[in-house]
Design a protein around this ligand. Structure first.
Ligand SMILES: NC(=O)c1ccc[n+]([C@@H]2O[C@H](COP(=O)([O-])OP(=O)(O)OC[C@H]3O[C@@H](n4cnc5c(N)ncnc54)[C@H](OP(=O)(O)O)[C@@H]3O)[C@@H](O)[C@H]2O)c1
Length: 284
């Protein structure tokens, strides 16, 4: 029996594997990656590395074993049909008879285009009959704190989210929830709505940035159309820019507020405050 993590070379996947190593022997963990060099350090610690690609179903042949617990981390190739890609993993997991397949989804309240692939994957997983866990991850703090350069250049947070609030948490928090599910018992066929303990608005985010930098950073709310224009002007392809603007419109409607408490309950501790993520990003 192994705990198998796909997307293990990604930022969330790495947090998951590192936190798993605090709880189980390295020999019980399998990291599924496209490029083994990206996880050479984990292999050195005894983690089994398997090479597979969501675009190549045959690479998943024989990868899973009966009784495995699998974390399917959603891919980031938005133009390659992610439901089909994720179904490759689900089909292989069913064929092997895994004990559990947890999928990193999006909040059930989110109706923006970005959520379509997640809803499609959830349907495929439920239809497969494989014991499942839906980890409906809310937004990462890092979506914002890893992209501070334009904010600091213009002393302005620009978003099309109006007064909307957002319950983000750190990747490490979502990883902790995944690890709790993969190493615990009794999570089969459960849906968790995961988000940070404290929701915040972009005006509050700008105020926190001001406090920590000692500069006056304002929130500049714009329309989704204006944001699309700003993003395409900065080189983001039009379809992606529209998807990002759609997410902001959803935030304006409160669709990324998650108040279930599931994340801190699973992690066994409060979620990371936004201010902490801001401080970490400003230190870098
Ligand atoms: N909740 C949020 O705020 C939020 C924000 C951004 C993304 N997401 C979603 O959450 C996922 C994990 O987040 P993250 O920050 O860890 O993203 P990330 O660093 O971009 O990691 C994505 C992972 O997916 C793997 N992957 C992509 N296409 C693949 C394929 N065809 N076959 C096998 N593996 C493939 C990547 O492999 P390589 O290392 O080989 O590229 C990488 O390991 C993202 O992929 C995305 O679906 C959520």
């Amino acid at each position: 029996m192994s705990i198998v993590v796909t997307g293990a070379s990604g930022k969330l996947g790495r947090h998951v594997v590192e936190q798993l190593l605090e709880k189980v022997p390295a020999g019980q963990v399998t990291a599924v990656v496209r490029d083994p060099e990206r996880v050479a350090d984990l292999a050195e610690h005894g983690v089994r590395v398997a090479v597979a690609d969501y675009n190549a179903p045959e690479t998943f042949d024989g990868l899973f074993a009966a009784g495995d617990k699998v974390l399917l981390i959603s891919g980031n190739e938005f133009d390659k049909g992610r439901v089909r890609q994720h179904s490759v993993v689900i089909d292989a997991a069913r064929a092997a008879g895994v004990a559990l397949l947890a999928y990193t989804s999006a909040p059930g309240s989110l109706t923006a285009t970005l959520a379509d692939d997640h809803r499609g994957t959830e349907r495929a997983l439920l239809d497969s009959g494989v014991p499942y866990v839906l980890l409906r991850n809310g937004w990462y703090h890092e979506n914002y704190t890893e992209n501070l350069a334009p904010v600091l250049e213009h002393d302005a947070v620009v978003a099309a989210a109006g007064e909307g609030r957002i319950s983000s948490a750190s990747r490490a928090d979502y990883a902790a929830a995944a690890v709790a599910v993969l190493t615990g018992e009794g999570h089969e066929n459960t849906t968790y709505e995961l988000g940070g303990d404290e929701a915040w608005s972009f005006a509050e985010y700008a105020a926190e940035l001001s406090r920590q930098t000692g500069r006056e950073i304002v929130y500049n709310p714009v329309t989704p159309e204006a944001l699309t224009g700003i993003l395409t002007g900065a080189g983001v392809p039009e379809p992606m820019a529209a998807v990002f603007a759609g997410v902001d419109a959803a935030i304006a409607e409160g669709q990324l507020v998650v108040d279930s408490g599931d994340l801190s309950r699973l992690a066994g501790r409060p979620t990371t405050p936004l201010a902490e993520a801001v401080a970490a990003a400003l230190k870098d």
